[in-house]
Design a protein around this ligand. Structure first.
Ligand code: 13P
Length: 287
């Protein structure tokens, strides 16, 4: 069964750890992440971008696949299925398709428009027990075609959005989707502390989890971050292992490559990477 992300994040914030949000793109990624969570006895959030959902033929397919997989793999840890960086329309579509959590990303709208749309999504989602993530101040870099300007969020605007009753809040603090450039200045902890002060118990979300040094991750958690999003690192390990397999030339039978064998090592690599992240985030044995 899927659960929303609210309780798992409140517990994480209280106990000083973060729950990992790992993006999925196909069956193998979903399976690897679920198995990693179960083996680590850790709660987990499966993130789905609109682009990834389109690739998998739609939000309904994703819901059906993940629900069935949780059952057939006997997954007992809390699992949330979460829309990542959704538009207003996509958030509504996911609420109807059976997602247990949605992110409405109004960070590119004016703050007034962000507030109005976030409010509507909260009402629709909460009526069905679905948790809501909102965003203030775009995250830098490019996330599946959505480009952010790398702003740092205004802590007062964060309070306005938090007070609407969202369950978790993503706020730009110099974090970037994808790889960090050589000249990256690091996370803006003064802003993070000000946001945490203004929003009190609100679980904060750190996007762009790939490539942030471990010490910065730990400091961010100590300042109220309770959910950390990772996507690019899954892509990197997956691609590396596929390449290795093809280059090793295991097409010995003359029947072409066995697709299940090609994807076995990449899936295992994602599982191990996710388990390592869960140790860093402190969510092991917190299910
Ligand atoms: P990375 O791709 O940098 O890991 O960020 C993922 C993310 O924030 C998804 O919302």
């Amino acid at each position: 069964m899927l659960v929303n992300a609210k309780e798992m994040l409140i517990k994480a914030k209280r106990e000083g750890y973060a729950v990992g949000h790992f993006n999925i793109n196909n069956l193998e990624w979903a399976k690897s992440i679920l198995l990693a969570a179960e083996e680590n006895s850790s709660p987990v959030i499966l993130g789905v971008s609109a682009g990834a959902a389109k690739y998998m033929t739609g939000f309904k397919t994703v819901t059906a696949m993940v629900k069935a997989m949780v059952e057939s793999l006997n997954i007992t840890v809390p699992v949330a299925l979460h829309l990542d960086h959704g538009s207003f329309e996509q958030a509504i579509e996911c609420i109807e398709a059976g997602f247990s959590s949605v992110m409405f990303d109004g960070s590119h709208d004016s703050i007034e428009e962000n507030i109005a749309k976030t409010k509507e999504i909260i009402t629709l989602a909460h009526n069905r027990g679905i948790s809501v993530e909102a965003e203030v101040g775009a995250i830098g870099g490019d996330e599946d075609g959505i480009t952010g300007g790398g702003e740092v969020a205004n802590p007062n605007e964060c309070k306005l959005i938090a007070d609407l009753g969202v369950d978790m809040l993503a706020a730009g603090i110099g974090n970037i989707h994808g790889k960090y450039p050589e000249n990256w200045k690091g996370l803006d902890f003064d802003t993070l502390a000000a946001i945490q002060f203004n929003t009190d118990e609100m679980p904060l979300v750190l996007h762009g989890g790939t490539g942030i040094p471990s010490e910065m991750v730990k400091k961010a958690i100590s300042l109220g971050v309770a959910k950390i999003n990772v996507n690019t690192e899954c892509q990197i390990v997956f691609a590396e292992k596929v390449r290795e397999y093809i280059e090793a030339g295991k097409d010995l039978s003359g029947k072409g490559f066995d697709p299940r064998k090609i994807l076995a090592a990449p899936a295992e690599a994602i599982k191990q990477m996710v388990k390592t992240k869960m140790i860093l985030f402190g969510s092991v044995n917190k299910a």
